[in-house]
Design a binder for this molecule. Structure first.
Ligand SMILES: *Cc1c(COP(=O)(O)O)cnc(C)c1O
Length: 398
């Protein structure tokens, strides 16, 4: 069966079937083409392929059939004309920047972006004459006010990590387009199952496939999605020449991850909502950040923009770093690890790990205090998670 994105299948069918082009061997599961290059039948064919006169495989930095299945499948789910797979989420963001930005250009970044995304701009791209401003994720007025005549790109990530702040993506798309700029959205946390930024007006979607698309914490990967012209031609050209491409082995793992993405996310979202409600009632907890709770400042916006509230939440405990660390150190079930989007529930203390390089002043301004813990819900039994956390609270508060 050759399912292409043009066929009228529904998303869950596309997640399982799209992009598979069965070989003459008749394999049922997608084939893994673990090969760096491809053989030509003749010198004439080699020349024709290199001259772009004949379609076909050449070398896996340019294209690989297993990577192509992943690209077609993810493009179908995001409703994108084109998808280019990358070695990691950061490779996707760097490839996009190298494609659309030049010396003298200006970028507007959300203050709630993934740490390395801001670091790329602050420490690397700035050396190439690209300037940027950082604005509040949730203040549409701040984004509008930051626009300059040379603004080329707006970059948001919604919901944010760790505070689950929601950006109004349709409003940001309007601001970008009236300035002649592009809106890029990092959709790692929602995935296309919960949010489709291109349908809200964004021009580019970024993924760290490392998280929910894999879903079991095995491989690093990323993707850039958008129009054929921007992604299929321009980003692809940068990537095929500069090389941060996805390994076919990793692509194969992500293909299988996409097949179960919907059911995994639905179950993890349900687990997250229950845990968020339980934490909100817990005497050891001062505040819970989860877009599925009515207490969340952008509860209504999240409800309009997303079809589910996600599987990531954060909470402030009563007490500071010492209490937070005692709680973490006494957990037996939740994994203390930096990854998220795994079937195994993970927990981190952002201010001493993912956000440790920020100044205390910047952390305070962003609301990421010493009492904050972040959980990415997996698929364990809800009651086992609660019992582990409850024991942690008791050990921490003493
Ligand atoms: C992890 C992550 C990235 C970076 O992805 P890697 O695959 O680790 O390079 C980018 N954005 C978000 C939102 C992430 O969570």
């Amino acid at each position: 069966m050759n399912t292409t994105k043009n066929q009228p299948y529904r998303p869950q069918t596309l997640a399982v079937r799209c992009g598979q082009h069965r070989t003459a061997e008749g394999e049922h599961s997608e084939a893994l083409f673990l090969t760096s290059s491809f053989v030509f039948e003749s010198a004439q064919q080699a020349a024709a392929r290199f001259a772009d006169e004949e379609p076909g495989n050449i070398y896996s930095r340019f294209a690989n059939p297993t990577v192509s299945v992943f690209q077609e499948r993810l493009a179908a789910l995001e409703g994108a004309e084109s998808c280019v797979a990358t070695a990691s989420g950061m490779a996707a963001i760097l490839s996009l920047a190298l494609t659309v930005l030049s010396a003298g250009d200006h970028v507007i970044l959300s203050n709630a972006l993934f740490g390395s995304t801001i670091t790329i701009f602050r420490q690397i791209l700035v050396r190439f004459g690209i300037t940027f401003d950082v604005v509040s994720q949730t203040s549409t007025a701040a984004w509008r006010a930051a626009v300059k005549s040379n603004t080329k790109l707006l970059f948001a990530e919604s919901p944010s990590n760790p505070l689950t702040e929601i950006a109004d993506l349709a409003a940001l798309a309007q601001i970008a387009h009236s300035a002649g700029a592009l809106l890029a959205v990092d959709n790692t946390f929602c995935t296309p199952i919960l949010q489709q930024p291109l349908q809200l007006g964004a021009d580019v979607v970024i993924h760290s496939a490392t998280k929910f698309l894999d879903g079991q914490g095995r491989c690093l990967g990323g993707a850039v999605l958008g129009s054929q012209e921007l992604v299929g031609e321009s980003v692809f050209k940068v990537l095929r020449n500069s090389g941060p491409c996805m390994s076919p082995f990793n692509a194969w793992v992500f293909i299988k991850g996409l097949e179960t993405l919907t059911v995994r996310l639905q179950a993890a979202c349900a687990n997250a909502l229950k845990l968020a409600q339980w934490l909100e009632q817990h005497p050891g907890v001062a505040r819970v950040y989860y877009p599925g709770l009515q207490s969340h400042p952008q509860y209504a916006l999240a409800g309009r923009q997303q079809s589910g509230a996600g599987s990531m939440l954060s909470f402030d405990i009563h007490g500071g770093k010492a209490v937070a660390w005692r709680l973490l150190n006494s957990l037996k079930l939740l994994s203390l690890t930096a990854n998220l989007g795994d079937t195994k529930t993970t927990i981190t203390h952002p201010s001493s790990t993912t956000h440790a390089r920020w100044s205390e002043e910047d952390r305070q301004a962003a609301g990421i205090g010493q009492s904050l813990l972040r959980i990415s819900l997996g698929l364990e039994d809800q009651l086992d998670l609660r019992e582990d956390l409850d024991a942690g609270f008791q050990a921490a508060i003493g």
